[in-house]
Design a protein around this ligand. Structure first.
Ligand code: T3D
Length: 269
């Protein structure tokens, strides 16, 4: 198999696994095969005890242009009167498991958005823990332009990230949002110059990998849970999680390292 035919490239640098969507000729839009390849790569990274952070990025000038609209499995049959394709089944079978997997991943996942991220491609990036983007990258809720609604978690994520007014404008207008603006409105963590983007994304990943990654994954879960709790219930939830974390060897290591005035070495996962 050549590098060109591998739909998701995998690279390991120490504890960081970098997964690169690799259909640059179609801006890394998703086919069924690429979905399968990404899910297998994510499952392998989740099962590998040595992996402490995953970076998801794209080959070429795009990050991901969402669903491949020419894929015969989902492309609309343009013949008048032809039976419509069941896009809902595709979402249930592909995007829902992918979004849930990212939201429940055992270690932090960074979306390193190297170029345009459109439709489900944008929302898959937003399901990651941190989104870092090259200054030339952009985010497009392209759905309204083809008569659809935001999917891959878009209706849930967008208002939570940027508030209802901005979310609604992004979803209804489908305008291209430059990375710098995406950072300004709080849609993404950070936008950096193209020249340093790759190095910055990897440095961020190495930094996360050296932290107590189990606590980072628990932080993500706690944020998600707190979303639908009262303050009182959230305080109790925090107590429950902290009780478990307080029994972890990472907690012991962190506090020991603090008093010994040395750098901690975290090992839990
Ligand atoms: O079936 C369903 O729809 C289910 C729902 C799934 C969830 C979704 O993701 S729906 C949203 C699907 N995505 C889109 O609607 C985005 C479509 N793409 C674009 O609007 C533009 O390509 C971009 C704004 C992302 C980038 O524009 P630009 O001018 O930089 O590039 P381009 O020339 O349009 O694209 C380059 C090539 O990639 C081109 O192929 P060609 O002409 O060089 O052979 C283009 O056709 C191809 N491409 C881009 N996006 C897709 C695609 N091919 C198939 N599917 C795509 N989504």
């Amino acid at each position: 198999m050549t590098q060109d035919s591998v739909l998701v490239l995998q690279r390991r640098d120490g504890a960081v696994s970098t997964l690169t969507l690799n259909r640059p000729q179609a801006l890394n839009s998703f086919t069924g095969e690429m979905h399968d390849a990404l899910m297998s790569a994510l499952k392998a990274a989740a099962a590998d005890a040595e992996v402490r952070c995953v970076v998801l990025t794209g080959a070429g000038r795009g990050f991901c242009a969402g669903q491949d609209l020419s894929d015969p499995a989902i492309a609309p049959n343009l013949t008048p009167g032809a039976a419509p394709k069941d896009i809902g089944a595709l979402i249930e079978a592909r995007y829902k498991p992918l979004a849930l997997m990212l939201q429940d991943f055992p270690v932090p996942v960074i979306a390193a958005v190297n170029g345009v991220a459109a439709g489900a491609g944008a929302n898959i990036a937003l399901n990651c823990d941190l989104v870092i983007a090259a200054r030339s990258a952009s985010f497009i809720q392209a759905f309204s332009k083809i008569g659809l609604i935001p999917d891959a978690g878009g209706t849930w994520l967008l208002p939570r990230l940027v508030g209802r007014a901005q979310a609604m404008a992004l979803a209804l207008l489908g305008d291209k949002l430059p990375a710098e603006e995406a950072q300004r409105i709080g849609l993404i963590y950070r936008c950096v110059d193209d020249a340093i983007f790759g190095a910055e994304a990897q440095a961020l990943a190495q930094r996360l990998a050296a932290l107590p990654v189990r606590a980072l994954a628990e932080t993500r879960r706690a944020f998600a849970q707190a979303d639908h709790l009262t303050l009182s219930a959230a305080l109790s939830m925090e107590a429950d999680v902290q009780r478990r974390m307080g029994n972890s060897s990472d907690y012991l290591e962190g506090v020991s390292a603090f008093f010994a005035k040395r750098a901690p070495v975290f090992k839990d996962r």
